[in-house]
Every structure is written in structure tokens, then in C-alpha cells.
Design a protein around this ligand. Structure first.
Ligand SMILES: [Mn+2]
Length: 358
């Protein structure tokens, strides 16, 4: 199957269009974001795929999205995770379920069973499809891409001859934000968290727009990155772009301003986690990032390993954030000695613990 086989054209000029992808079972965040942007019947809503898996409420999200899709102004393209109902009979399903929460987990919780309660995987699959088979048909009928006057929306990316892109590649090719394409329109993708495309050494979950390559990455890392968020790209009626986001991190009040003098921030994201370390400090340890040769200070709790082989335990930024007394920030990680990892807007960084009421 090629992109051209499941493809839709849509006129959006002159209307505000809201684009949200990678909701991953987080129905409440999705509803909160729609409220925040003031979504109404006057807008167009494009859902960029991956409505289910990873998060806690795939079934609820699926119901909600299909209710929305009854409205003529709401459209959705398919994502790789949305194919789970096509994949229930695959022999790798249980291996996949061992490391990823899926729609199947939601179903089993709902009915109070485990896979062991079924004589075979086939019977589990039959049972799920007896209840949700209609969704399999509806999901399979979704377009792989939506093309408008000025944009192409696709979950992961396209090849040079975009209409000939294999469906599988359109839903799952990696790192499209870094590639060049031939289309004289912006291509809007989700699938890979935008924070992986580090710019200026900053760890940011904001929508990333590259005007040279005409590509926009909108996945805020919701349910994939511990500091992630759910982004909305907003294409205003006049064609200008803006974005909004929501996340579920707890808020904290700044009780003491903290100002940082000159710094050159570094951010390292999956999978480039190897580091070299000599002497461990209880707070921040001097390290060299193996892949890039960069020297940086790492919060010691983010180092894993021993016997001379060390790695970062997760995505890492060494940025310290300025904060102003009376403002509120979001707390990402308060388990480290002396410092708290926070978000200021979409940006992730550290502050000393005494600056927050916490
Ligand atoms: Mn995806």
C-alpha cells in the first residue's frame, strides 16, 4: 500500500486549523489542550496519528476521537501505533506488550483478565475484535496523509516521490525532521519527539519549525519522555503559525529568584548515552560525552554503570534555568541531591532546590 492509495485533499485556507498528534491514550490531556486553544466548530482539527498505546486510557481516547470524527471539521491521519487492532494475531504481540503498554493492556484491565486467562493469543484477539472490530475498520480507513494548499500532514514522513511512499514508511520512518524533501509545502510530522532535534544545546519539547527544509515536528514527547508534553500546532486563518501545549507535571512556586550567568548548554538524547567519567562528585560530576567528545557537568544521579563503563540514565540537559520570584514552574524530577529538574514553558533545566516552595 502506498501513500497515494489512502490520501485525502483538504482546503483549509481562511480557517484556523489545529494539529495535534501522538496523544497516546491521554484523553484528559487532549481534552485540556482542546479547551486551552478554544477549539470550536469554526476550526479545523487534524489529529496526526498515534491516538493509542503508551498512555493510560487508550480505549477512552479511541471512543472520544471517533466521536469527534463525526464532526465534519475533524480529520485524522493514521499513526504506526493505531494499527494495533490489525496486529492482534502477530506472533510478536506478547513480546511487544512486555515493554510497551498497549490498547490490549487497557482491554485486559477493563475486563479483569490477563493473557493467561485465554487458551491462546488467537482467542484473546478474537475477544478484543468482537468488541472493537468496528474500530479496526474505521482505523484502517483513515488516510495516511492529508494534503492542503500549503501543508502535507503525515505521521512520520515521506520519500522524494511523496505519493509513492510506502504506507509502512510513512507511518514509521525515523528522524524525518532532519531530512530534505522535494515538496514545495511544509510537511508536518509527529512520531519522533521534537526534543530529539536539539537546537542551541537546549532540551525543549516545543514544536520545531525548519523554514529551510520546510518541515515541522510537533510531537512533544507526551508519554515517551518524562518531561514531555502534548503540543498543538495552530495554523491561523491568515496562515501564520503558533503553538500551545499542556502537560501533567506538578506546579511549584518560585520563592527566590535565581539568575544564571553565561552558560553554554548541552543536551544529549536517546540513544547517544555513553559518557566517560573519572571522579564522582555527590552533586555534579565532570563527564565527556563519548559520541560527541563534549565535556559537560552531569547531575550525578543521571549516571549509570561502573567499572569504567558509564552512560546517562536518560535524556540529559546541563542547562540551569533563570527563575523569578512569584512565578510558577513545573517540576520534572525532585529526587536529586540539592537541585530540581524543572520546566519553564517547554524548556527543561535545573534550579537549586531552595528557590522553589516544594
Ligand atoms: Mn508514532
Amino acid at each position: 500500500m502506498k501513500l497515494k492509495d489512502k490520501y485525502m485533499q483538504l482546503a483549509i485556507r481562511g480557517r484556523r486549523t489545529i494539529v495535534i498528534s501522538d496523544i497516546h491514550g491521554e484523553k484528559a490531556l487532549f481534552q485540556q489542550l482542546l479547551d486551552q486553544v478554544g477549539f470550536s466548530a469554526d476550526d479545523i482539527l487534524i489529529i496526526g496519528g498515534d491516538i493509542i498505546d503508551k498512555g493510560q486510557d487508550s480505549i477512552g481516547t479511541m471512543h472520544y476521537v471517533f466521536e469527534l470524527l463525526k464532526q465534519p471539521n475533524v480529520h485524522m491521519i493514521e499513526g504506526n501505533c493505531d494499527r494495533i487492532l490489525e496486529e492482534l494475531y502477530e506472533d510478536w504481540l506478547y513480546d511487544y506488550m512486555a515493554y510497551r503498554r498497549t490498547f490490549v493492556h487497557d482491554y485486559l484491565e477493563k475486563v479483569g483478565r490477563t493473557p493467561a486467562d485465554y487458551p491462546s493469543q488467537q482467542q484473546l484477539a478474537d475477544d478484543i475484535l468482537a468488541h472493537y472490530g468496528h474500530y479496526r475498520e474505521q482505523l484502517a480507513a483513515l488516510p495516511t496523509a492529508i494534503e492542503t494548499e500549503d501543508f502535507l500532514f503525515v505521521h512520520a514522513g515521506v520519500d522524494d516521490d511523496y505519493l509513492e511512499t510506502d504506507r509502512e514508511r510513512a507511518l514509521s520512518m525515523p528522524n524525518f525532521y532532519k531530512r530534505h524533501h522535494q515538496l514545495d509545502k511544509y510537511i508536518v510530522v509527529g512520531h519522533y519527539p521534537a526534543c530529539n532535534y536539539v537546537e542551541g544545546g537546549l532540551f525543549s519539547h516545543a514544536v520545531k519549525i525548519n523554514d529551510t527544509r520546510k518541515v515541522i515536528a510537533i510531537d512533544g514527547g507526551n508519554q515517551v519522555k518524562p518531561s514531555g508534553q502534548l503540543n498543538a500546532l495552530i495554523i491561523e486563518a491568515d496562515g501564520s503559525l503558533k503553538s500551545e501545549f499542556v502537560d501533567a507535571h506538578p506546579e511549584a512556586l518560585v520563592i527566590q529568584s535565581f539568575e544564571v550567568s553565561y552558560q553554554t548548554p548541552h543536551t544529549f538524547t536517546y540513544p547517544e548515552f555513553d559518557i566517560m567519567v573519572e571522579e564522582i562528585d555527590p552533586y555534579f560530576t565532570l563527564a565527556v560525552h563519548s559520541q560527541s567528545g563534549t565535556e559537560f557537568m552531569v547531575k550525578t544521579e543521571y549516571i549509570q554503570g561502573d567499572c569504567g563503563h558509564y552512560r546517562l540514565k536518560d535524556d540529559y540537559t546541563d542547562l540551569f534555568l533563570d527563575v523569578e520570584v512569584g512565578k510558577r514552574v513545573k517540576v520534572v524530577d525532585d529526587t536529586c541531591l540539592g537541585y530540581i529538574l524543572i520546566k519553564k514553558g517547554s524548556l527543561v533545566g535545573w534550579v537549586p532546590e531552595e528557590v522553589l516552595a516544594h
